[in-house]
Design a protein around this ligand. Sequence first.
Ligand code: NAD
Length: 260
Amino acid sequence: MARLEGKTALITGAGSGIGRETCLLFAREGAEIVAVDINLETAQETAAAARELGINATYAKADVSKAADCERMVRHAEETFNKLDILFNNAGIMHGEDEDAVNTDEAIWDLTMAINLKGVWLGCKYGIPALRRAGGGSIINTASFVALMGAATPQIAYTASKGGVLAMTRELSVVHARENIRVNALCPAGVWTDALVEWRASQPDPEQVDDYLNRLHALGYCPEPAEIAVAAAFLCSDEARFMTGAIVPISGGSECGYKL
Ligand code: NAD
């Protein structure tokens, strides 16, 4: 039997990369999908691709840094499917001008924090009451390996935002455990998505980035987003019922040591 049969999942950042692949995998596992993105067209495309897999899927446009949008996306999920069981707070940005502490502009810091950190909180602020109404559920937050070891390439705002996601995940997991709500975090390293391709292009020497990425992953390559989606599917399935507050690296061993 499909592992997510009967469950309704809301995924942010669903228009691209990890979010899109997770929507499609969740759909293959039997879940009803609410694909949310700041980009309406790509959210719509992901929902259409999920429907082609034979499940019910809808979409919503939301900027996760805006409270009203997060409230609306959750309301849309409940109005469409009568409940919400899974919340994947995945939307995030890696800004090309996010640099070291000295050279990063305040506006880049504020934007990164608003989407990557406040966005996770807002997802929970409106998502948790919906999970309660469903009798419990599962939250997954996308963090990053940089929250475990710091980034060699400086991205001060991104690293700080993802550290905050891990701290929030731990607190949420304890506070909501007795409500049958599990909260876990994923820590990918590099993943070949639009975010990484754009960030690579913004670097002074993109070919040096390729070398860095290959060395970064002990397993020797930078993965595709589908290789991250499998961990999300496991964490919100009933097989992971005793996992909460887990910080799950899915990073090819990146944080274990640097391969020379
Ligand atoms: P991506 O750029 O392919 O997808 C991100 C999606 O989020 C896009 O569709 C974008 O439109 C959407 N988005 C951006 N801002 C938004 C907002 N304010 N509200 C709603 N949606 C918004 O990137 P990805 O690599 O799939 O990133 C997904 C998550 O994975 C992010 O949190 C990112 O930080 C994290 N991550 C990525 C990597 C990597 O190397 N790609 C590594 C570690 C962690």
